[in-house]
Each structure stands twice: as C-alpha cells, then as structure tokens.
Design a protein around this ligand. Sequence first.
Ligand code: PA5
Length: 318
Amino acid sequence: MAGMIPVEKDVARFGALFAAAATTTPQPQPCSATSVIVAGMGGSGIAGRLAQALAERCGGLRVSAWSDYGLPAWADGSEHVFAVSYSGNTAETLSGAERAIELGTNWEAITTGGRLAALAHEHSAPVTAVEPGHQPRAALPLLLVPLLRRLTLSGIEAQVAEATEVLAEPAGDAGAIAAQLNGKLPFIYGAGGLATVAYRWRCQIEENAKQLAVHHALPELDHNEIVGWAAPPGNAVIVALREPDEPARVAARWEASRAVAWRDVPVVECRAHGKNPLARWLSLVQLGDAVSVELAHLNGVEPTPVVVIEELKRRLEE
Ligand code: PA5
C-alpha cells in the first residue's frame, strides 16, 4: 500500500485523469480487426465492458468483453485480443493472453507491467504502458482511453473530446445520494449502456464502501427481478441511472415498473450529462465512484484497501 495513490484522491480527479489520458495517449493506428475480445477482470475488466457497450450502441466493430480464464470457445484466431490488467499479474487475464498465443491470434497488452508485460515482450506483442501507483479500479480513465483509441468505433474521437468537457463538472450531489444509500441495500438499474454503468456502481460500492449492492438491466429485469419486489428486503433502495431524452419506450418502462413493483420503495434517480453515450455513461461512472467514496466515509471504512481480494489471490497462488 505504501506509495499507492488513495482511491478517494483519484475519484476526486476522475475528470482530470480522463483529460490527461485523452491528451497524452497517442492516437495509434486503430486495429483493423472487425471482431475484438477484451480480456480483463474487475477494475480492469470494466474498460472492456464499456467498450463493448459503446460498440453495441455506436457500431464500427464487434467488441466482446471477457472476464474469465482463457478466451471464449468461439475464438478462432481471427479476432484481435486485448489483455487488460492494471497489475499485469491477474491469473485469468494471463490465461487469456496464453490462449491467444496458442491460437496464433494478434494480441496486445494494456498494463503497468507484471507477468503480462513480460509475456507480451517475450512474444513480441505490443504493450501500452499505464502509469503505476493507482488502484486498478481508480485507473479506469488510464486503461479506457488507450483501448478506445485502438478500436474503430464510429465517432470515438468526438466522443472522447465531449467526455473531457462533461467530466469537468459532477453529474450530481454524491454526498446527498450516499446519505440515501447509507445502511441500505442498493439495487442499481440502468438501460442499455447504463446497465454497464450500474455494474460499475455496484463494484465500486462493494470495493470502496465495503457494502453489498445489486445491479440489473432494463428491460431484462422487467422479465424476472421485478417479480422479486413482491417481498423486498426492508432496507432496499433503487438507484435509477437514466439518460436525458431517453427513448419513449424506455421512459415508459421506468414509469410502469415503478407503478407495478416499486410503489413503496425509495427510488434515487440519477441523470447522465452530455450528448453522446461515452460522456453520458462516464458522467454517471464519475458520480457513482464519488458516491462509493462518500459511502465509505459514512461506513467508517477506508476506500483504498481491498484486503480480501489480495488474500484470495495469494491463496490461489500458493
Ligand atoms: O479493483 C480491484 O483491485 C480488482 O477488481 C482488480 O482490478 C482485479 O482483481 C484485477 O486485477 P488487475 O486489474 O490488476 O488485473
């Protein structure tokens, strides 16, 4: 932990970190593959999940985020693989890179170093070097920007530029939202790409505030989880992540879900800022990160250490 930048410091300058990454990351030739796999776990894996959501929304290529050992069974060597691991020592991501080598796939690493960088050097695979000293989950802007710059996503440069502007201002009052989640079990919901952002909120609340949280996606949750609200836990609270000018059918779904299932449950609504998906989604990532730090303070815990994850990794290596 010595020399590690505290999570709360990085969370407070999320916009500045993104702006710095947008300015300093070179604009390399995008990779020419039309199908890309982004292997990564936890705080590093979220970069691939956001890239997948962007590709689903904007088109340009197919992106599959992968958070497991190896690579999907359908991978046949024709894809381009990105192995994203902040530490460079995550077993699952290393095994993804090893599978790419077995398949003869083009692959590259985004990492601070570790065994992943060594493997890439050994096999002459490109490495994007990321600044060390951060917690992986706090380094999201540093992992995401170089990844996006390598993908042929439609209109991505304009989106990065807009996100830089939007992230200069917070999208909501993190302290007030945290007060509403304090001592509660938050169910965080979003539609489309905001389902990925809901997952980020969940992970950040769990890792930074050491508090359980749940997430799900609209419209899918209207076909299963909504029934469970017949008998919710007494401390449940819903966090609704919403885009401005969302399609009428999505707005109607939020209202209908509330009317049939959430009449007696508090709902905290958070609206994204910005015009394009990247800015909108990151504006709510930034807000969720800040909420998780405020919650950590309310819970009387330090946001930075994730002792359980470290202990688990150590045990698995023994
Ligand atoms: O937030 C964390 O510390 C974890 O979720 C890590 O990101 C995860 O364990 C993977 O490690 P790394 O990001 O170093 O590959």
